[in-house]
Design a protein around this ligand. Structure first.
Ligand SMILES: O=C(CO)[C@@H](O)[C@H](O)COP(=O)(O)O
Length: 228
């Protein structure tokens, strides 16, 4: 299991998005939060901005759709250049069909769970997904405090992934920082979204390297490391 860091541009300066995307050189992904002011009480960006970003950076885009009707919109984000598209379990009308469509179009398919949504009802869907995202804040805003009470859900999700012998990734998003990343890694997460901890730092690329080091050390100690 390889540690991956995905800085969230929600905490970047939106007037300089191309520059900000390049400022996290060395990151595995660039996390792009798409919000529609319906599924979450905030509004960010859409397909045209994702298209421009995919031309502006070589870092693959990890698009997190916090929107209603992801079944209708997700394919457009793959066409816009996203390498991974995450839809919310709470919003998708037909998650299996949607995951298959995202994969068929050539991107990684991922499903997110809000803090109050349990993983267990979705156990049978896991083989259809490349990544599961456990939200560690209520979606909608950057800079919120990490919800410690999500750690058991991260642990249970990792156990389910292992039990089914799957290679899928387990992402955490919300309040991930130098203070919390080790707890997430110890619980079994391997893809870490960090907004304010990266873009709030004087040197975002150095912050990515430091977070990666912390997560890798914890992962190695916890014995999750098995390569994928
Ligand atoms: O999806 C979201 C918020 O809904 C996140 O991606 C945030 O952008 C993460 O920001 P920090 O909590 O790391 O500041």
């Amino acid at each position: 299991m390889a540690v991956q860091i995905s800085p969230s541009i929600l905490s970047a300066d939106f007037s300089r998005l191309a520059e900000e995307a390049k400022a996290v050189q060395g990151a595995d992904w660039l996390h792009v939060d798409v919000m529609d002011n319906h599924f979450v009480p905030n509004l960010t960006l859409g397909v045209p901005v994702v298209e421009s970003l995919s031309r502006a950076t070589d870092t693959p885009l990890d698009c997190h759709l916090m929107i209603e009707q992801p079944d209708r919109w997700a394919p457009a984000y793959v066409e816009a250049g996203a390498g991974s598209v995450t839809f919310h379990a709470e919003a998708a009308a037909a998650p299996v069909r949607l995951a298959r469509e995202i994969r068929a179009k050539g991107a990684r398919a991922s499903m997110a769970l809000k803090p109050a949504t349990p993983i267990e009802p979705y156990e049978d869907l896991l083989p259809e997904l490349d990544m599961l995202l456990v939200m560690t804040v209520e979606p909608g805003f950057g800079g919120q405090a990490f919800l410690d009470i999500m750690l058991p859900k991260i642990r249970r999700t990792r156990e389910l992934i292992s039990r089914h012998g799957l290679e899928m990734w387990l992402q955490v998003d919300g309040g991930v920082s130098a203070d919390t990343i080790e707890r997430c890694a110890e619980a079994g997460a391997d893809v870490f979204v960090a907004g304010s901890a990266v873009y709030g730092a004087d040197d975002p690329a150095a912050a990515v390297r430091a977070l990666r080091r912390q997560a890798e050390e914890t992962t190695a100690k916890a014995g999750w490391a098995r390569g994928h």
